[in-house]
Design a protein around this ligand. Structure first.
Ligand code: GRG
Length: 294
């Protein structure tokens, strides 16, 4: 059995070293770069990059080769957090244990720091990747665009913003969770699966695993919002409730949300097993997501 805590710590350290000094300018926009680095270098869990690394490593791909793609994914995630915290969205003053980007740099620079991270992420993923044919790399770029864009995370966020404070339905919650949260987590697995030369069936199974993991991650996040958590992957209780967000517990209760998260994880696991993929990394990540809910 692998020690997932140490593995995640290792991924985090490798990513941190790669990100250090990656974004810099010789031009006049130094404040913009400072703002981009302020959020990018803050202490996040780095779950999405770790998931990408774990997927690729499952098939023997060297970690160093996937670091730019993992960093690109974290940059997209980071931009979404900066924009999500803005006064026109959730208007939050704390993120990753420090004042939010707009509190430190002002709204205009924070907005642009998000834009900058989003654009630089694609520039990074478009850099030539040794041993990956251009066709597969193009697929990675397409996946990142669709999972993060209007048909993915941005679309989920738009519906979330529209429904917050209102009645909404369980169908709305399902849509929001799938798009706002699960799609980017799914992209981590999908992009990681394009480093080795896998057949279509294996790629589809991994994609199903990623979607299930992403959905369960958000269900568990909903539970933590109600019950609170002392774990390192935890969050402060009551925030979503106070903001009038649509969450699973609001419609089906805490216990049923926990059960649904377990069922969803099992669906992802089955997809891998049916395809003969047995990965201690991917299995441990599932356990780690579920363990947060208790
Ligand atoms: C503004 C386009 C746009 C999108 C925002 C990510 C997001 C979409 C909003 C953040 C608010 C939120 C609670 C989203 C649900 C997903 C989630 C739990 C995000 C936080 O991700 P973690 O827990 O954070 O991985 P760290 O800081 O550890 O990376």
């Amino acid at each position: 059995m692998i020690d997932m805590g140490s593995y995640l710590e290792f991924c985090k350290t490798e990513l941190q070293a790669y990100l250090q000094g990656l974004l810099h300018t010789d031009g006049l926009a130094t404040r913009l770069y400072e703002a981009m680095n302020y959020s990018l270098m803050a202490d996040g869990k780095r779950l999405r990059p770790a998931l990408l690394m774990a997927t690729a490593q499952t098939f023997g791909v060297e970690l160093q080769r996937v670091l730019p793609a993992a960093a690109a994914l974290e940059m997209i995630h980071c931009y979404s957090l900066i924009h999500d915290d803005l006064p026109c969205m959730d208007d939050d003053s704390l993120r990753r244990g420090q004042p939010t980007n707009h509190v430190v740099f002002g709204e205009a620079i924070a907005l642009l720091a998000g834009d900058g991270l989003l654009t630089e992420a694609f520039a990074l993923l478009a850099r030539p990747i040794p041993e990956v044919p251009a066709e597969r790399q193009l697929r990675m770029i397409q996946i990142l665009a669709s999972r993060a864009g209007a048909d993915g995370m941005v679309g989920g966020q738009a519906v979330d913003v529209e429904r917050t404070g209102g009645q909404g339905t369980l169908t709305d919650v399902q849509f929001i969770h799938l798009h706002k949260t699960a799609r980017l987590i799914q992209a981590a697995v999908e992009i990681g699966s394009l480093f080795p030369d896998l057949d279509e069936k294996a790629q589809e199974a991994l994609s199903t695993y990623g979607e299930a993991l992403g959905l369960a991650f958000q269900m568990v996040d909903d539970v933590l919002d109600v019950v609170g958590s002392t774990s390192e992957l935890g969050k402060t209780a009551g925030k979503d409730e106070a903001e009038g967000k649509l969450t699973y517990p609001r419609f089906i209760g805490i216990e049923e949300t926990r059960r649904l998260a377990e069922e969803t994880i099992a669906r992802g696991q089955e997809a891998l097993h049916r395809c003969g993929i047995h990965s201690p990394y991917l299995a441990e990540l599932q356990s780690l997501v579920l363990v947060r809910s208790h």
